[in-house]
Design a binder for this molecule. Sequence first.
Ligand SMILES: Nc1ncnc2c1ncn2[C@@H]1O[C@H](COP(=O)(O)OP(=O)(O)OP(=O)(O)O)[C@@H](O)[C@H]1O
Ligand SMILES: [Mg+2]
Length: 285
Amino acid sequence: MAITFEQVNFSYGAGTTLAQSVLHDITVDMPTGKVTAIVGQTGSGKSTLIQHINGLLKPTSGQIRIDDFELTASTKEKELVNLRQKVGIVFQFPENQLFANTVLEDVMYAPLNFGETKEAAKSDAARALKRVGVSEDLWGKSPFELSGGQMRRVAMAGTLASNPSVVVMDEPAAGLDPKGQAELLSIVLELKNLGKTIIFISHQMDHVVAVADQVVVMNEGRVVAKETPRQLFNRELSWFQTMKLDLPKAGQLAEKLKENGVVLSRRPLDLTELAELINQEIGHE
Ligand SMILES: Nc1ncnc2c1ncn2[C@@H]1O[C@H](COP(=O)(O)OP(=O)(O)OP(=O)(O)O)[C@@H](O)[C@H]1O
Ligand SMILES: [Mg+2]
């Protein structure tokens, strides 16, 4: 499912004296079957933006097209049921939303809510739990007995159980240890391989490099760039400073080398590329 924002503006508390205008003239598309990363400093509007994709928030003006569905200020709540089944959002720290007595029941909640039989919900939940690597011996346990990383996976399975074609993840790796983060990134790539459209918010540029086909950069409620990681991370250093964005680790190291007079032919995206470029530079290709 392709997603297109057209001249979207959004204010919290629109029409009240406390109205706060947060998104300004957003026009951007997120293609089917691709991973779109959204980055930008804190408060730039990333979480606000993504909540428009399943109609949790509605634009104050402009429209969002999700396949053939059009979301505008006047879209009614009852028109959103189908959309919510197609667009799954994994919120930040989703484990805070776990509630059921067992892992399996928690993951079955959404499919049951969308009207499936108990049997069908169970098989959807089992598929989703396997997909995120939660082993079967944990399914009967209370979600609150699990480790942080396991809880995160169960919460993700809860979103995946209704088999959404669009999966939106708001900082899914936040707070996980390095192993948990690496596993999370491979889950993202597996979901992409299943043909899902993925929206991935992150503050970690190495994660963006690892999974993104395109990167949308937000600043003060506007989209200021939309390009491939290669194009983005080749921009001038001063641009990243203005946007308060980091470079990927390899890019940071390359900048350190530059300070010492070692200038590489381009800015590397990861450590493998950094090593290749250094080898070229010292003539050991
Ligand atoms: N429920 C709300 N009511 C009023 N203002 C809000 C609400 N949620 C967010 N805001 C404001 O909207 C702006 C954008 O917030 P948002 O949470 O979308 O940013 P973000 O890019 O996701 O930031 P972060 O990286 O910290 O998660 C901020 O100024 C924030 O204070
Ligand atoms: Mg946010």
